[in-house]
Design a protein around this ligand. Structure first.
Ligand SMILES: C[S@@+](CC[C@H](N)C(=O)[O-])C[C@H]1O[C@@H](n2cnc3c(N)ncnc32)[C@H](O)[C@@H]1O
Ligand SMILES: [Zn+2]
Length: 424
């Protein structure tokens, strides 16, 4: 296969968010059927999205020969920012399931201190597209394309002595098959950026799938996405611990169909033991009255509030999900990322996380769900937070779930604040 790369294969290039009608692309040998777009600071050749639309006209990323989801730009903007907050120096990043190569290209083009990226995809057409996109951006010297299984690539890089500062794992569905190799391969003190889109498994909506993939006992709750995130981090922590490593969560993001977490991985068996005994536990949950509490161990089986059945959801991560230093740096540095299409959203995300980082414990509640249990009309989330603070507790919004609150208040006081804020 030869790649004929014109310096400018399209007459116009499109921003996928502009919703403009796509024009014709001149046929350039090797680039037939491709269109050029921009994302962040890079140019990107994609299979023409017009050819992969459902009958209702909506573009379906999974139908394209190489997966690219424009809705995931927020996740990629977030990731570029997160990698830059690591203050990398001569860093090497592996984009292990790269699709078009967009993440690797963006890390190299947009993060000072990233020296090289490796963009790998098992699919031949994805690999070929990565090669074209690398050339289109003039990044041949800095981005290497590979075409293999992500686990093979990670173990091979480890064996060859490559020091990877960051590994990005962005699979379809569950990241579980890649976490062991990623935790093993990333350098001591390096960072993993992990996406999961199997929210139904992680949150307990499909309890058997959750237990099979993540070795957890799950049950549906009224805060599914936050449980999904904590189950994912808890699983990542246990995988790291098996390898005498421990994790430190730095930041996370959540969208309609995904959760993504960045965490540092360090060596140390004693610290791994301490992590497991302090940060890995369960959320006690009563489906009847909505009582919940984080706990380190399984104890009583009936709800102390209403006598209903008490479930133990987990093991999951009950510690902090956010580094204060990280969120503080993000808020400070956001102005230099104002070119990103998600800049406003990222600013709200890190404001929330800066507040969340102050709190040792952040038990998730949903104001609307609790109000409906209490047969009240839902009060404003901000009023409930103010009420909790007035009682001396820490309470914050959880970015990604508009009606959620994270707090160290016990159930009774959360209920009191929902009632008081609803005027009951
Ligand atoms: C969700 S897409 C990646 C999207 C991309 N990271 C982005 O932001 O646009 C997942 C990719 O993983 C690739 N893939 C699936 N299994 C793989 C494996 N075992 N090793 C490497 N790549 C794999 C698929 O071909 C697909 O391109
Ligand atoms: Zn109860």
């Amino acid at each position: 296969m030869t790649f004929s790369l014109a310096a400018r294969p399209c007459s116009t290039y499109y921003n996928i968010f502009s919703q403009c009608k796509l024009g014709e692309m001149p046929a350039t040998a090797g680039n037939e059927g491709l269109r050029e777009f921009t994302e962040g600071k890079i140019r990107l050749l994609l299979y023409d999205p017009d050819k992969y639309r459902r009958p209702d006209g909506v573009y379906e990323p999974a139908w394209s020969p190489v997966f690219y989801n424009p809705a995931a730009t927020f996740s990629r903007d977030f990731s570029v920012l997160a990698v830059s907050l690591l203050d990398p120096r001569d860093a090497v990043v592996l984009d292990a399931l790269a699709g078009t190569g967009v993440r690797a290209l963006r890390y190299c083009a947009e993060v000072d201190g990233v020296a090289r990226c490796i963009a790998n995809d098992i699919d031949r057409r994805a690999y070929e597209l990565i090669v074209k996109n690398v050339a289109l951006n003039g990044l041949e010297g800095r981005v290497t394309a590979l075409n293999d299984d992500a686990n093979v690539v990670m173990y091979s890089l480890k064996r060859s002595g490559e020091k990877l500062d960051v590994i990005d794992v962005d699979p379809y569905g569950s990241p579980a098959p890649y976490l062991r190799a990623a935790s093993w391969t990333v350098k001591n003190g390096g960072c993993l950026g992990i996406t999961a889109t199997d929210i139904a498994s992680l949150s307990g909506a499909r309890p058997w799938a959750g237990s099979r993939r993540y070795w957890c006992q799950l049950t549906p709750t009224d805060v599914p996405k936050i449980i999904a995130l904590r189950v994912l981090v808890g699983y990542a922590a246990r995988v790291a611990a098996e390898l005498d490593r421990f994790v430190e969560p730095l930041t996370y993001s959540m969208g309609a169909h995904f959760v993504r977490v960045f965490y540092a991985v360090r060596r140390g068996a004693t610290a791994a033991d301490a992590m497991l005994s302090k940060s890995l536990g369960y959320m006690k949950y009563c489906g009847a009255c909505g009582f919940r509490e984080f706990t380190l161990s399984i104890e009583e089986r009936s709800c102390g509030v209403c006598g209903g059945r008490l479930d133990y959801v987990g093991p999951l991560w009950i510690g902090r999900l956010v580094s204060r230093e990280f969120a503080g740096k993000a808020v400070e540095r956001l102005p230099s990322f104002s070119y990103m299409s998600s800049a406003d959203k990222l600013s709200r995300l890190f404001e929330c996380q800066l507040a969340e980082a102050e709190s040792e414990v952040s038990v998730p509640y949903d104001v609307v769900q609790m109000s409906s249990r209490l047969r009240l009309s839902a009060p404003k989330v901000g009023r409930v937070i103010d009420c909790l603070k007035s009682l001396g507790y820490r309470a914050t919004r959880i970015f990604g779930v508009a009606t959620a609150v994270g707090t160290d208040a016990p159930y009774e006081d959360f209920v009191r604040c929902v009632k008081r804020s609803a005027g009951a």
